[in-house]
Design a protein around this ligand. Structure first.
Ligand code: ATP
Length: 557
């Protein structure tokens, strides 16, 4: 079989860009995959999605956009003015490359066309180049590719280098394409992908070995899995309802998540973002080596910083430990840490991910030896859950996690099997409009548009709506009050003078394309009127941005 040319991948990318139809795109990708030789499938998929190495693979190309631009400029003889002109025309880096080479072609003898594997192997070589002088070497290797590339091929090479594909070949699409190309049930392909963390490998196994091969994909030692994630729940009641009463509550510790892999004497620790942080946590490594009663295991937990009395210290402290690779003795003393385990994904080589949570917990208990497990209960009712939540906060923790007893471990998925419940935060916000209610709230202005103040412009910026928190009597009073402040109407909405300040509890701030402020509150509810405050004293968008940044930093974004 002749080697696949890189041109075919670039042409596929171009065709994908031209359509929005999912099934059509999946069909094209499926056809492309079927045409690849076995050793081309993995690299082909990775190059198509613009992720040259899987997330768990620590290799990176380490080529900045600036470096890429300088290589392109050299190849196409671009001066400053010409570069500026292209930049004014396009923002996409791939398009930039295409235009550069199209407009300023250099005379060259026709080089042999690039093959897909040549491109991939050159990327591997670029990633493998490190140390002094590596920047020049990386640029030389990139140049060797771009020199031989057509403008459209250059577009896709650059997109791969920068990691920016925009043609819709996202993970979900490739999974669909693999299912179509192999006639294997998509849920099996998705499961294999969660456990492998490498779409390229999944595609290859699916195409070469079919369903049986995919079913054999399981967690592997020293290849970190993406962590299973939680959605936010408003309170214990919601979590119990969603889990039909069959849920466990665990302390939500305010530290850093770790995934620990152990085989005999070898222990590696990975962070939430799958980086290897083993060297930064020697005392945890030592504990696991002697404490974990399993020869081959993968367990998960949280590492928290503690003070001399064992009381949890803020999350920022533990992050100091994760970043540090030198002078470890000093920092071990200054920031002592503790490990609490909460899940087991592999024992003696056997995968546990498909087992229900409760069974995994039992295994964890069996193998954890003298290591600590996170505090947990299976509450009989809501009341018991509330008491436990309260206890967690009293002990200085963030809140609780609730985990459905029956749920398997689904890496990378933020579903309803796990919830996090954190104490709500409150802000004082201004009502700037309200919608007429319907049903039971008919005749009342009952859905309130809440705004923060912009310290810089003095304007009020909407950040959420809520109809929660008021009694019937309060609805009536609020309706009258707002009608007295009416400025205008639009459909079912009454706009009012920004004078009414209310205290609002919420569980999370999220990004929002919907509001000009760019931020929105989740689970907002009014707790009381703040007639003692003027609108000028309400909380500002600047404060809210700070809260959001703190939340974001926690996620290591
Ligand atoms: P957050 O910023 O709230 O920590 P996140 O995006 O990192 O969120 P989520 O799955 O949303 O992750 O929330 C769970 C996080 O809480 C985990 O990533 C972990 O770091 C931490 N955590 C603390 N205690 C537990 C526990 N008992 N079980 C699972 N995760 C826990």
């Amino acid at each position: 079989m002749a080697e696949t040319k890189f041109r075919e991948l670039a042409q596929l990318g171009e065709r994908m860009e031209r359509t929005k139809k999912r099934l059509e795109i999946a069909g094209m990708v499926a056809e492309f995959l079927r045409g690849l030789a076995e050793e081309e499938i993995g690299p082909g998929v990775r190059l198509l999605i613009g992720q040259v190495f899987p997330e768990w693979d620590s290799r990176t190309l380490n080529l900045s956009w600036r470096a890429v631009q300088s290589v392109l400029s050299e190849l196409a003889d671009l001066g400053r003015a010409e570069r500026g002109k292209i930049s004014a025309e396009v923002v996409d880096t791939g398009e930039w490359a295409r235009l550069a080479l199209e407009r300023f072609p250099k005379a060259k003898p026709q080089p042999p066309p690039l093959t897909l594997l040549e491109v991939y192997r050159t990327f591997e070589e670029i990633a493998g180049t490190s140390g002094p002088g590596s920047r020049g070497e990386k640029e030389r290797l990139l140049k060797s590719l771009l020199q031989r590339a057509t403008p459209v091929e250059a577009k896709y090479i650059v997109k791969d280098v920068i990691g920016e594909m925009r043609h819709g070949a996202q993970e979900g699409m490739i999974l669909l394409a693999i299912a179509r190309a192999t006639k294997v049930e998509q849920s099996l392909v998705t499961r294999a992908n969660m456990l492998s963390g490498d779409l390229g490998e999944v595609a290859k196994v699916a195409l070469v070995q079919g369903e049986a091969g995919l079913a054999r994909i399981n967690p592997r030692l020293f290849r970190p899995l993406k962590p299973m994630l939680a959605q936010v729940a408003e309170g214990v009641e919601e979590a119990l309802r969603e889990h039909q009463g069959e849920t466990a509550l665990e302390y939500k510790l305010d530290g850093a998540r770790v995934q620990i892999h152990k085989e005999g004497e070898e222990v590696r620790i990975y962070s939430r973002h799958l980086s290897d942080v083993t060297v930064s946590l020697p005392e945890v490594v030592a504990q696991v080596k002697t404490g974990l009663v399993a020869d081959k295991a993968i367990v998960e937990g949280e590492v928290i910083a503690v003070d001399a009395a064992g009381w949890p210290r803020p999350f920022q402290e533990v992050m100091r430990r994760f970043r540090r690779i030198h002078d470890l003795e000093a920092i071990q003393k200054a920031v002592p840490v503790r490990l609490y385990l909460f899940d087991a994904l592999l024992r003696n080589g056997q995968s546990l991910v498909d087992l229900p949570y409760e069974d995994r917990w039992q295994v964890l208990r069996d193998i954890s030896g003298d290591l600590s497990l996170v505090e947990r209960i299976i509450p009989g009712d809501e009341k018991e859950g509330e008491v436990f939540l309260h206890k967690a906060q009293e002990a200085g923790h963030e809140g609780v996690m609730t985990k459905s007893l029956k749920s398997p471990y689904t890496p990378g998925v933020r579903g309803k099997a796990w919830f996090k419940i954190k104490p709500a935060v409150s802000l004082d916000l201004v009502i700037i409009a309200a919608d007429w209610g319907y049903g039971r709230r008919h005749g009342w202005l009952s859905n309130y548009h809440l705004a923060t103040r912009d310290e810089e412009t003095g304007e009020f910026m909407e950040v959420g709506k809520t109809f929660k928190g008021l009694t019937d009597k309060e609805f009536e009073e609020m309706t009258q009050r707002l009608l007295d402040l009416e400025i205008s109407r639009d459909g079912g909405t009454v706009y009012v003078q920004p004078k009414t300040v209310v205290e609002v509890l919420f569980n999370e701030i999220q990004k929002s394309p919907h509001y000009p402020s760019g931020l929105a509150l989740r689970f907002a509810r009014i707790t009381r009127l703040r007639d003692d405050k003027s609108a000028q004293e309400a909380d500002t968008i600047q404060t809210m941005r700070q809260l959001f940044a703190a939340q974001f930093e926690k996620k290591g974004g």
